[in-house]
Design a protein around this ligand. Sequence first.
Ligand code: SF4
Ligand code: SF4
Length: 354
Amino acid sequence: MKIIKIDKEKWADGLGNVAESYRLFGPKKENTFFSFKALEKGELPDFSFSNTRLSPKSLVYPQSEAMFEYTLDETRDDHHLMKAIDKAYSPRAVIGIRPCDAKAFLLVKKNFDTLDYKDPYWIKPYEATTWVGLACNTPCSTCFCTSAGCGPFHEEGLDLLLVDDGGHFFAKVVTARGEKLIHVAGWGTEADADSAMKRIQALKKKAEAKTTATICTDKLKDVSITALFYARFWEKISFSCINCGTCSYVCPTCWCFDIQDEVYGDSGVRMRNWDSCMYPLFTLHGSGHNPREEKHQRVRQRFMHKLKYYPDKYKNGIQCVGCGRCIRLCPVNIDIRRICELMNSYDPEACPVK
Ligand code: SF4
Ligand code: SF4
């Protein structure tokens, strides 16, 4: 294992070197919140954030993305032909992603990069990126990553993990890509691995102890899908939901989208836009039938997908990394931890199927 000690006085120079061959992205403050954005020349990522309001998923999977263009002008030979839009996928580095958000990409990958189907719009930017994580020394009160298969110092999905230790960072090399970035930056020297690891472990233990919120998922796999689907609690849970879709938009593991054509005069663009299972239009059929017409059906879909369908299908835990955004930002305080508790402890004998 390789750990580099980066003196903070050398941080900016190293990032300047990296910027010569990578496009850099990092957290930036906008009014009262933070977002991941492209960093301008000489600009440093702002590490004073706890976590960004929107997850960094848009770096790979933009909220709106043009996929094809076409013309309806019948005087042109190429009229009505879909033409792929050229995109640049040059090397990029995301500096300061939180471990939960980095792991979230691996969960989403299961949807966009499968044996049967490979989505080039998602895979190419993901693979062009070097992921430099920033361990959470002070998790938010709503974070429950440690019980959601993740943690404040988790390394899955990262190439490099930075640990802030006051006057310096420890940079733990996770992959060859991470090692390459360290080399390009020209940062510091290799630390004594044993003493650096001891310090990292101590900080990790402290951060985990501060992550007091939890989610309990141990019995989810044993409850039948049908019993949960017809459970009586969905109407009660969904009563206050206003179907605003905030929970899906801020979530790093939500992947639903819609494809729409936007036509101006004779020119058309086929767009992919984020969508949400919380919106009634999402499942509206061309016939006018809507299988999720009622609010409780849509709320049920969101939580069944994250906590039952996904774990049953992929068998690698829930479709949630415990970032806590949906809890912090839901305008009516719907809390995935509470819903998970109801699902996890559901007893169809005590509450028979409707
Ligand atoms: S953020 Fe809250 S109110 Fe909005 S759709 Fe999600 S659960 Fe409903
Ligand atoms: S469901 Fe909520 S807590 Fe879980 S990853 Fe999505 S936004 Fe974060």
